[in-house]
Design a protein around this ligand. Sequence first.
Ligand code: PEP
Ligand code: MN
Length: 338
Amino acid sequence: MIIVMRSDASPEEIQSVEEKIKSLGYTPHAIVGVERKVIGAIGDERGKDQLQTLESFPGVEEVIPILKPYKLASREVKHDDSVIDVNGVEVGAGHFALIAGPCSVESMDQTRTAAKLVKKAGANMLRGGAFKPRTSPYCFQGLEEEGLKILAEAKKDTGLPIVTEVMNPREVDLVARYADVMQVGARNVQNFSLLRELGKIKKPILLKRGMMTTIKEFLMSAEYILSEGNKEVILCERGIRTFETATRNTLDISCIPVLKKETHLPIVIDPSHATGHWDMVESMSRASVAAGADGLMIEVHPDPKNAFSDGPQSLKPEKFAKLVENLRPFLQLMGKTL
Ligand code: PEP
Ligand code: MN
C-alpha cells in the first residue's frame, strides 16, 4: 500500500503512521519524491486490507494499493526518476553514466593503462572484474582480492569510481571494501540470497538482467534489494538469449521505454556483452542513448587480442575515445550530461 501524506502533515503524524504500519507487521519505507510525501507499507500481501484503516489517521491524504508486483521499484510508488550518487558521480534524471574498462582485471599494468585511457576519453567510472563468472571452470576465474587491490590503485590514479562484480554472498564484505558499485552479473540475477545481502549494505548496486529474465522478473530481483533497505539500484540490460546467433545476445533496446514506464530506477546498457563484437558497440551505444538510456557500460582493453576474457567484444582505447566523441551530440540531443 502507498500512504500519501498531506503536504502539511507534521513529523508526529508521519511517525504515528509509521508506528501503525509496523504494528500491523509491515515495514514502512519513506519515499522521497519532489511532489508528494509518501510512505510505502511493504510486507505480506495477505493482510493488506488492515492498512486501509490508516485512511482515518490525521495527516493522511489517501491510502492506495500498489497494483504492480514490484512495489518499491515501481513508478506507482515513486514518480520521479531516482538519482544514484556514486561517490559524487550521479546516475539518472539526465546524469549519464559512462562505465568503461576491461572485462577482467588481469595485471596492474593492464588495468592502470585502461583506467587512464578511458578516463581521458571521458568515462566517469571504471569497470573490471576480479571475480569472474565463467561458463567453463577451466577459463580464467579472476584475480580475486589481488584484482580488487589493482582496481584500488587505478582509482588512486584516476579518481574513477570502481564497478566490480560480486558473485557470492560470502564475498560481499570483501568486495564492498574496494567497490564503489557492486555489480550483480547476469547469471546471478535471481540469486536471491545474494540480492538480500546486497540489500543490507549502503552501496550502489548495478543489477544486470539475466539472459533469460523477463522485465517483470528483472524488476522483482531489484525489489529484493530495495525491500531490504538499499535504495541505490542501477539496472543494466546486457542482451537476452534469442534464436539469433549473429550476435552473442540480442540487445533488448525496447526494454528502455518499458523500464522508463515501469520504474524510477536508472537503466544502463551494456552493448559489449549484448553484441559480442567490438565493431557493433558504437552503433548500439548510439541507439541506447537515443532510446533514453541513463548510461552505458563498455568493455575497453589496451590489447584486446591478448585479453584473458571477452577480447572480441573489447574496444581498443583509441576506438573508445572516438566512440565517446561521436556520442556527444546524441547525449546533448537527449539532454544528458556526461
Ligand atoms: C561482466 O560484465 O563482466 C559480465 C560477466 O557480464 P554478464 O554478467 O552480463 O555476462
Ligand atoms: Mn566481459
